[in-house]
Design a protein around this ligand. Sequence first.
Ligand SMILES: C[S@@+](CC[C@H](N)C(=O)[O-])C[C@H]1O[C@@H](n2cnc3c(N)ncnc32)[C@H](O)[C@@H]1O
Length: 331
Amino acid sequence: MLSDYQHISVLKDEVLEILSPQPNQNFVDCTLGGGGHSEELLKQNGPKGKVLAFELDQRAIAASKTRLKDYQDRLIIVHKSYVHLKSEVKKHNLDKNISGILLDLGLSSDQLDKTNRGFSFKDHGLLDMRFDPAGQTLTASDIILTYSVSALSKIFQEYGGEKMAKRLARGIVSWREKHPPTTLGVVKQKQNQAIKTSMLVSVILQILKISDSALKKFRIHPATKVFQALRIAVNAELYNIQAVLPQAIEVLPKGGRLAVISFHSLEDRIVKHYFRSLLGSCVCPPSAPICRCGQKPQVKILTKKGIRPSSQEVKQNPRSRSAILRAIEKI
Ligand SMILES: C[S@@+](CC[C@H](N)C(=O)[O-])C[C@H]1O[C@@H](n2cnc3c(N)ncnc32)[C@H](O)[C@@H]1O
């Protein structure tokens, strides 16, 4: 494990109980991160069971490779987005030969606290936010420096639930117009321009007219929602979730399970609605004497209300507080 890689896996026991790994079963971990969930699966699915793991962040891959070196003959790490689930499962001859799939959405504590890649309003790096800087082109700086008022406002509103979305979008564009890149202390990075994370924070505070002394009164930092929104936009996070869920159902055999941990309501809503859509309730008009739509349930929901971390887990790892785990079994 990279000695300074930091992430505490969330809802580990609950995930294990749902996926219930048995000897020689195969699993897919769509979001390897520091390898905490994969490690638990690998401890229990030996001697021949495999884990196929997706991860975009090279730092996480390096950390996991070290942590999971004892399992390297049974761990397949794919440095690609989990949206390639179906093709990679086929490539590794695991189609319909998987007992469970895990998605632990969002970002790791390491990305938030350690990488200085602009994920946190507290860090000192450039406003970047790409999970995979080598493979993705669009950065959060690109969005801030080039998107129109309406595009920025839409992102802040839809992905951040930011009530001041329009005011912030207008303020950012007018700040941009008054300060051409050369006076912004903008750093040239290959073809992209990038501003510092701290610069966006100070612009947000200026637009909202929040002084340093007033800042202490806020329970959450006023830049939090804009940062969440930019991260979701840069990494197409909601699109990715929508793209992977049907693939997961397709590659699982009957009895196979899918577990998803979400960290905010936008993610959870997509998961919840998709799971419900698989229940296949009859859509025939109430007047129809017999069912003709043929809709049949494809899954059984294993977590009616979703599972939240225990108060003990939240105490030990406050970042787990917003997590919610939902799971289904293919029938
Ligand atoms: C919450 S962390 C996972 C932590 C992991 N379960 C553990 O126990 O250490 C989420 C990880 O998913 C990765 N990730 C996010 N979007 C991804 C995508 N589309 N494809 C593959 N990995 C992704 C992030 O880089 C991050 O490392």
